[in-house]
Ligand binder design. Structure first.
Ligand SMILES: [Zn+2]
Length: 388
């Protein structure tokens, strides 16, 4: 993929600067970031109700953007990076993502550089959750940290998130970590008063692992799920062995696709046949699945066991196997976006971990369906068999 090598220009620091006086409202937080709703001080906005921690643990809200200044619509290279940084005047459909003082996390500038040079060029406009880098006035971070302290005292901040605050606070009394940038994200928050809801799922491996044995019966994702189930059960933990088969999603078979969508909708929504059909039609027709499938195949033709783990193509394929679908379903519309593109690196033992996993899936028979043990899927009618 020649696009991967393209455009390795350093990010210009001429990005929009957020005004100092923006009103901030805490929305949710993940391990590494806190999400805020923002408005101009004189705006009398009534944002849709937002449930704190509505989003999954690992993933900050499905919001990574498509701003009025055309972020996300410009296939990667953002107009905001020009010398004439635009002024944002409408924050009503945007969220602000501020980074926490987490030493293992990457700076927002580096994260944006990776996104804008490696990931964004792979997708046409409107496919990814829109996101834009903005410069932060330090006073804004200080105010946001004050809010976090306040929420903590009031018992509102989730207890497992306490005592870690935002990077970029200039005050010596605060946790010290430099951060001059933040992300503006497209707000995918559903308006529940309008009957909207949000689906969040990972499509995982949409093509078979190139290392799977020729006579495989299961796709990489289903094989791994069964192995994880077995290991969790041995430790006395409960996980689900039935789940979404990515191959069903891209099968072009309406019946299989509907089965996949039922898994994504969960109970009781999966019982609503009209809803299942509507979401299936929308997702089957969306460009995301076919693009991801094609990229996963072309960027990693050799597979984990034979690929060069330092190659950008391979690492990008791993990122694309782990990105998240955010699907906002309203009574009349289904809107899909991709987000959560974490930089993958084979370092810190990750390469060895990937290889070990793949070898075990092959050698223990998880791909072939010859794994040892008395498992629930061994019963007649419950077999897990995937088809390309
Ligand atoms: Zn499968």
């Amino acid at each position: 993929m020649s696009t991967i090598q393209a455009a390795r220009s350093p990010v210009e620091p001429s990005v929009p600067v957020l005004p100092d006086g923006l009103a901030l409202k805490y929305v949710a937080e993940g391990a590494a970031n806190v999400i805020w709703r923002i408005s101009l001080p004189d705006e009398q906005l009534t944002p849709p109700p937002t449930v704190i921690e509505e989003y999954s643990e690992s993933t900050p809200p499905p919001s990574e953007v498509d701003i009025d200044i055309d972020i996300g619509k410009e296939n990667g290279a953002s107009k905001a990076n020009g010398a004439n940084a635009p002024v944002i005047t409408d924050y009503s459909r945007l969220l602000l993502r501020l980074r926490k003082c987490l030493p293992s996390s990457e700076s927002n500038l580096l994260a944006y550089e990776y996104l804008s040079t490696v990931i964004m060029p792979l997708f046409p406009p409107g496919v990814m959750v829109g996101q834009e880098l903005v410069k932060l006035p330090p006073a804004l971070v200080a105010r946001a940290n004050d809010t976090l302290h306040h929420l903590e005292k009031a018992g509102v901040r989730p207890s497992h998130r306490q005592y870690l605050y935002l990077a970029g606070d200039p005050r010596p009394t605060e946790q010290g970590m430099e951060e001059g940038y933040a992300f503006l994200l497209e707000d995918m928050t559903p308006d529940t008063s309008l009957g909207e809801f949000l689906l969040e799922f990972k499509a995982k491996w949409l093509v078979q692992s190139p290392n799977a044995p020729a006579d495989w019966k299961r796709c990489r994702t289903c094989a791994l799920r069964l192995r994880k189930y077995t290991r969790a059960t041995k430790k006395g933990k409960h996980t689900e062995w039935r789940g979404l088969c990515p191959f069903d999603l891209v099968s072009n078979d309406p019946k299989r696709a509907k089965n996949a969508i039922r898994r994504i909708l969960h109970h009781p929504r999966c019982e609503d046949e009209k809803l299942v059909e509507r979401v299936t039609a929308a997702l089957i027709g969306c460009p995301q699945l076919s693009i991801l499938k094609e990229l996963q195949a072309s960027l990693d033709p050799k597979g984990i066991l034979n690929a060069d783990h330092k190659s950008k193509e391979f690492l990008t394929a791993m990122t694309l196997r782990d990105c998240t679908f955010y699907v906002k379903v309203s009574p009349t519309e289904v809107q899909a976006r991709l987000g959560d593109f974490d930089v993958k690196s084979g370092e810190a033992g990750k390469s060895e971990y990937w290889i070990k996993n793949e070898r075990e899936l092959i050698e223990e028979g998880w791909y072939n369906g010859t794994e040892e043990g008395d498992h629930p899927w061994k019963a007649e009618g419950l077999e897990v068999i995937c088809r390309a």
